[in-house]
Design a binder for this molecule. Sequence first.
Ligand code: UD1
Length: 356
Amino acid sequence: MNPPSTILVTGGAGFIGSHACVELLDHGYELIVVDDYSNSSSQVFARVERIAGRFVGTVYELDIRDRHALAAVFDRHSVDAVVHFAALKAVGESTRMPVEYYDTNVGGTTTLLRAMHEHGVHHLVFSSSCSLYGDGDGGPLGEDAVVGPGSPYAASKWACEQILADVCRRVPGFTVMALRYFNPVGAHPSGLLGEEPRGTPDNLMPCLAQVAVGRRERLHVFGDDWDTPDGTAVRDYLHVMDTVEAHRIALEHLGDGPGMHVYNLGVGQGSSVLEVVAAFQEACGRPIPYDIAPRRPGDVRERVADATAVARDWGWRPRRNLAGMCRDAWRFQQLNPSGHAGSARQTNRKRVTSCG
Ligand code: UD1
């Protein structure tokens, strides 16, 4: 199959989704975007268009669990493939709101699958997560590492993968690229796009940026009693620009053969929370006040990728390091102290706010 040309992007206003829109527009794809703005803002599309120099395409405000609204999108557009980002994604929050996580992440995915299937769309790039792996022995985790989801968020991603794998086994031609992200961070180098969660951020990098810019007093480091060199938890941080490049390459490989294909996306190197704090201090040139807080429910000690499979099969290798991730995240925070909302530039893009 030739690379698909019209892509439905779910969650396209979100952190990874908005960067993916730029990457796909830059490579000539036509986009249909859906988002419910539950953790994002429609303002982001003016910026996507400014960077890409093109209209983003038709944007629908809808919840992916809304079966009729989703079906109407597929009725109106000839979609070649779907990149599915829309999900709830905070590990700690998921332990307090498990039902919402299963409903949005699993229910949203099956609703999407149904709409795809009913409209003969059988190509999907799925946002999965390294959080579905068990704790392992501390080495880099390959795709065949033991699964052991430690939170409802992780379990929801694993449930989606199992459903998708089964559909691939039973529906001829169904092809899924499941990309298990380690920790995507950073921002577009222009400073126009970045991670801007609504309310108090859950993830480390936006918390650090908000402390550095003075929006929050201090960072809480969740646990210094892990069995790691400095006692803080270790993650494999990956620049969002490298992450979205992998999605574009995944689309190009959807024609390699039907079935479920699973790849880790990571750098292959771990950094502790305190190492990230130090790198961020270096990037922003100011001290980051922090205190040590109890471990966060659902957290794990260490997650580092063995990402050799994706390098071998697709030639994808991350090109940006932790210093670059912090530099870009800091640039975004500095240029947008109040987030994307500061950029209400109007465009004449076609915008549809509801389906019906
Ligand atoms: C998890 C998933 C990742 C997923 C992401 C989505 C794992 C291993 N990874 O990332 O695949 O893409 O959710 O949100 O589950 N921390 C602090 N203080 C803070 C915030 C975070 O110390 O204020 C620590 C956390 O305890 C953790 C590290 O920083 O050790 C990274 O946390 P975070 O950025 O939230 O990502 P994960 O939960 O690792």
